[in-house]
Ligand binder design. Structure first.
Ligand code: XBP
Ligand code: MG
Length: 258
């Protein structure tokens, strides 16, 4: 059995429920800034999450609109401007303390740090968004908790491409089988698996029913022991490093979760 040496943390949906109440709201504020009568409701935003990357998401939405600029250059310029404004609004929302960490996340980061595991951020969101979120919740020195911080700007291909994970593995000089990725979405699971990193899923609001295959464990959140597959012993308390180590040790015997 290979010993667990590192945790790789996805950000949006895994560290915090940032999509519905953060990015979506901030995108709508950016539309209003520019006088656009566009509004992404919760359902439309859920559909658009199939596209990773905020700028890419804007372009995908424009491709379906009759009231978007016609030329690719104008669309690109508008997407850039909206994305820049969206990230500023997102930072403001985070600072207004409207986006707490998901329950159990802070405790597991602390436990892993005390146990001497290395940790990395592996996200396709922008670096400024990660900085805003973690500065509020872990303090100005948040980056010291992480041996690598790989963000959307660092890669050519966003999730579900494995590049974010491959870069983190390279920076930590780590065998993928010695890590566990924490993810919330099908795209994140696909990215980790394509890099051969075992992945544990804490389902987020938008992906409660999504089909997810090939994780070493799937559950509702790190603060509870109920509802996990494979099942956890005992009903009280959060998911611990020992639990993750046990799933990691047994991963060869686990095949698919629907
Ligand atoms: C999720 C994403 C991001 C965010 C928005 O990343 O796809 O695009 O929705 O952030 P992850 P940006 O789950 O890997 O953290 O606008 O900065 O792209
Ligand atoms: Mg995510």
């Amino acid at each position: 059995m290979s010993r667990l040496q590192a945790l790789f943390w996805d950000v949006d949906g895994t560290l915090a429920e940032t999509e519905r109440d953060g990015h979506r709201v901030a995108f709508n504020q950016a539309f209003a800034d520019l006088g656009l009568a566009w509004c992404w409701d919760e359902q439309r935003y859920g559909e658009l999450l199939a596209v990773t990357g905020g700028r890419e998401r804007l372009l995908a939405d424009m491709a379906t609109r009759s009231d978007a600029p016609v030329s690719p250059q104008e669309r690109e310029a508008l997407a850039l401007e909206l994305h820049r404004r969206k990230n500023r609004h997102y930072g403001d929302l985070v600072h207004a303390a409207q986006l707490p960490l998901r329950p159990g996340v802070g405790a597991l980061i602390d436990e892993a740090r005390r146990a001497g595991l290395r940790q990395a951020i592996t996200t396709t969101t922008s670096r400024s968004n990660v900085d805003a979120l973690l500065r509020v919740h872990l303090g100005a020195g948040w980056a010291a908790h992480f041996a690598a911080v790989v963000c959307g700007e660092d890669v050519q291909h966003k999730k579900p491409h494995p590049e974010v994970y491959l870069l983190a593995l390279q920076q930590l000089a780590l065998d993928p089988l010695h890590a566990v990725a924490l993810e919330d979405s099908p795209g994140g699971v696909a990215a980790a698996r394509a890099a051969h990193v075992p992945v544990l899923v804490t389902r987020s609001a938008y992906f409660l029913q999504a089909p997810l295959e090939g994780a070493i464990a799937i559950g509702p959140g790190l603060d509870q022991r109920d509802g996990w597959r494979p099942a956890l012993r005992g009903r009280e308390g959060p998911v611990t490093l020992d639990d993750i180590q046990a799933w990691h040790g047994e991963m060869d015997t686990v095949s698919h979760f629907g």
